[in-house]
Design a protein around this ligand. Structure first.
Ligand code: NAD
Length: 481
């Protein structure tokens, strides 16, 4: 791995300088479990220095930059990312086990986020408010200040793009804590940001354990906003820590997202979305579609077609660009295998085994499709975060709605039907932050506000909306008589 890394992966970026940490952590390739790098084990003192450096950047060159200059810088950064897509993709494939085609899509999305937020940086305006005679009243959109970004291992590039990209566009200074299992593209991104001319301290990167660097960042009194993506339990802990400092938090916590297929749907069009939205990134996707709700009249037909599509998938190494790669680590593998053991007795429609020549040390698990499954079953209720989907039959629109809304989550959902009135009714009634009609995911949609309701979290990232989330509104009332 060291041969392709154009930087020392064990360093942290603090205040524009690459610093050596007191301790390091092992980073392994999930396809083999072989060590590929040592990364920094940043601790509370490093986080403290990073927060101080971020504040200094706000008080210095970075804070004085105009919105147009910030925008140009992000556009330049986007071009650097674009020029390094292949390298970023290969690093991500080795670091998190993401098959190359999917890793390349993430790198392109990162470039697109820089382009989108670069273009938007000078297009956020305040307003004037008609008020009493003698007053002029207007609003100003201002950065929060120092923003903390705690990022998981499943989509590091996309999540850095949508949170750090939007935060920088609004003039915040960022402290980024990547996941301990996925640091390398965050570090390369920071190098590219330096090359693009980002002033010292505007972006600081401190890798480390969640319980150390992550906890220190979410509780630091010098941080003014936290963006967190990850598990419900950790998100709640981050929100509790942030509450002590009374700062806003954006939480993106995953889901149990349904696709609802009615008998009148275009099944040919739906099929690839039904399967791929569950298997992409080995199911380790917050917006994975892990529940497929199918109207009874087409249940058997669709279940058989989905099972056939499963059997055509290949599970293999990320660098060989298999359809389905390994899970990120041994903990995730054990967790998914536990769910599969608990599924004994459920009707199994398809089970795809990992290729026989894969290293035994790799974190590969079988891809499994179950159905019909009771909507209350554990596999239909809990986020598995593996290549596992359940198909649930329903009879009426009311049934479908009850089942779709019958989990603690509400991230995304899709509705497959040709009936326009039904599309509109369900788009309003299904509990989710994003609804897709006759598609799933809309191709990723950098432009589309994203976030959940219920245990899926709160706040919105992506799109223009994120720029409001990463800024605060000041009202100025001037009395001039
Ligand atoms: P996690 O939520 O513990 O970790 C996500 C990030 O939070 C990492 O950067 C981690 O270092 C950091 N973190 C951990 N503990 C922290 C703390 N006390 N304070 C501050 N930051 C902390 O997730 P995980 O343990 O890596 O994965 C477990 C489960 O979480 C998965 O099986 C999956 O269900 C869920 N998950 C969801 C998403 C998502 O996109 N919604 C992403 C990753 C994991």
């Amino acid at each position: 791995m060291q041969d392709i890394l154009p930087f020392d992966p064990s360093l942290m970026l603090i205040g524009g300088a690459w610093c050596r940490p007191a301790a390091t952590l092992r980073l392994a390739d999930p396809s083999t479990d072989e060590e590929i790098a040592r990364i920094a084990r940043g601790g509370p003192a490093d986080i403290d220095r990073a927060v101080v450096a971020a504040q200094a950047a706000l008080d210095g060159d970075w804070g004085r930059m105009t919105a147009a200059e910030r925008g140009r810088l992000l556009l330049r950064l986007g071009r650097h990312v674009q020029d390094n897509v292949e390298l970023l993709a290969e690093i991500e494939a080795r670091d998190v086990g993401k098959p190359l085609t999917q890793a390349r899509a993430d790198a392109l999305a990162l470039a697109r986020y820089c382009e989108f937020y670069g273009g938007a940086a000078d297009k956020i305006h305040g307003t004037t408010i008609p008020y009493q005679t003698g007053y002029t009243v207007y609003t100003l959109r201002e950065p929060h200040g120092v923003t903390g970004h705690i990022v998981p291992w499943n989509y590091p590039m996309q999540i850095i793009g949508r949170s750090v990209g939007a935060a920088l566009a609004m003039g915040n200074a960022c402290v980024l804590k990547p996941a301990e299992d996925a640091c390398l593209t965050a570090l390369l991104f920071a190098h590219l940001a330096q090359e693009a001319g980002l002033p010292a301290g505007a972006l600081n990167v401190v890798p480390g354990l969640g319980s150390e660097a992550g906890a220190a960042l979410s509780s630091h009194p010098g941080v003014h906003h936290i963006s967190f993506t990850g598990s419900v339990a950790t998100g709640a802990a981050v929100q509790r820590a942030a509450a002590a400092n009374v700062i806003p938090v954006t939480l993106e916590l995953g889901g149990k997202s349904p696709q609802i297929v009615f008998e009148d749907a275009d099944l040919d069009a739906a099929l690839p979305f039904l399967v791929n939205a569950g298997l992409q990134n080995s199911g380790q996707t917050c917006s994975a579609s892990s529940r497929i709700l199918v109207q009874r009249g087409v249940f058997d037909q669709l279940a058989e077609r989905m099972a056939r599509a499963y059997r055509a998938k290949r599970i293999g190494r990320a660098v060989d660009d298999a359809d389905i790669g390994p899970l990120v680590n041994a903990t995730q593998k054990a967790r998914v295998l536990d769910y599969l053991e608990n599924a004994a007795g459920l009707p199994l429609l398809a089970r795809v085994e990992p290729a026989s020549d894969l290293p035994e040390t790799g974190h590969f698990v079988p891809a499994c499709l179950f159905g019909p499954v009771d909507p209350d079953h554990r596999l239909a209720q809990e986020e598995i975060f593996g290549p596992v989907q359940v198909i649930i039959p329903f009879d009426t629109e009311e049934d479908a709605l009850r089942i779709a809304n019958g989990t603690d989550y509400g991230l995304v959902a899709s509705i497959w039907t040709r009936d326009g009135a039904r599309q509109m009714r369900l788009a309003r009634k299904v509990k989710a932050g994003q609804i897709f009609i006759n598609n799933y995911g809309a191709g990723g949609g950098v432009e589309l506000p994203f976030g959940g309701v219920g245990k899926s979290g709160h706040g919105r990232e992506k799109g223009f909306e994120a720029l409001y989330g990463f800024s605060t509104l000041k009202t100025v009332a001037a009395f001039h008589g």
